[in-house]
Design a binder for this molecule. Sequence first.
Ligand code: TTP
Ligand code: MG
Length: 380
Amino acid sequence: MQRWVIHVDMDAFYAAVEQRDHPELAGKPVIVGGLGSRGVVSTASYEAREFGVQSAMPMAEARRRCPRGIFLAGDHARYSEVSARIMTVLSGVSPLIEPLALDEAFLDVGGMEQLYPDIYQLAAEIKQRVRQTVGLVASVGAAENKFLAKLASDLKKPDGLVVIAPGKASGVLASMPVSRLWGVGAATNGILRELGITTIGELARFDLALLIQHCGNIAQQLHALANGRDDRLVIAERPPQSIGKELTFAVDLTGPDRLRAELLALAEKVGWRLRCSGYSGRTITVKIRYGSFRTITRSCTLAQSTNFDETIYQTACTIFDKCSHTEGIRLLGITVSSLQSGDQLTLFDEGDKRRALYNTVDRLKARFGEAIITKAQLLR
Ligand code: TTP
Ligand code: MG
């Protein structure tokens, strides 16, 4: 069976999220990073890259190169949320997904030939699903292994789609500098240069025994990569144990209405996180820390797993009502555990209607941020 690995990497990820959420920034040089005197650039939109602005560059240098740039501190919670959404879309393509960073992942798609006429169409479908769901552009590379797939996703950025067909790697690699290989830093680069090796093609043809003499342990790996060989497997991420959220209040809270409103806000956040990451769970746990710092956790396990805000909220209220209310409360938390992949299963029509409602709500949240829509009770 042909091995196929796909690598997905979002274009100018942080900057693209900012441009998507603030349409007035579209087409402009947007630079996200530390705005303090010693800040560095996290990323720059492709418009800003034309001015020579790059990741990891001191912000002061970026301002010199691009005085008309729009400089933003960024919103990391938001990027994580968008990332979770992207990973869920990718998990829908193949359960064998290995996220590498917020904006990139490997997918093992070997054996999916029956579902797609060819690998190019599968890669195109992934780009389209990501664009439809989160409104952002991904570059995608497909090849017979991880190394080549990652290289491929980078070849035609932005908005790239490159397939390196089996056996065609040497043509792509030949003239690339050896620094493109994993494991080649400044030191190894120096050694290779002394051996007269600057391109991957030269390294691929170099005598392995001689290379081991000069580079030691890493030689074999480098030689294999230079020849387009990479045996590493795509390792699927293990599902999380639980998903939750807790909140410490500025002053200790009392009064059932106020505390129930906090539970509702927490339930809404936890439900959204579950749905974003494609899980539902059966065990709901409420954590209470009283003003005296005494802390208790109480759980309840449902017959069916859920990721619906209301079910989480109602269960949390039932648990909460059974707890002591003689002191003010300093912290409240809700956690959902006993997780399983996928949606709440339900045999009733009611579940389908609610699912449809959540799909609409979640599309709005994914597109415009978590705060765009909330329960009327929470609008105070
Ligand atoms: P990258 O995928 O390396 O960069 P990018 O998505 O911004 O641009 P492209 O892939 O189109 O070249 O990194 C993903 C995000 O990680 C990036 O948007 C910001 C963050 N990041 C940093 O915070 N510091 C860094 O030095 C780098 C490289 C990335
Ligand atoms: Mg990227």
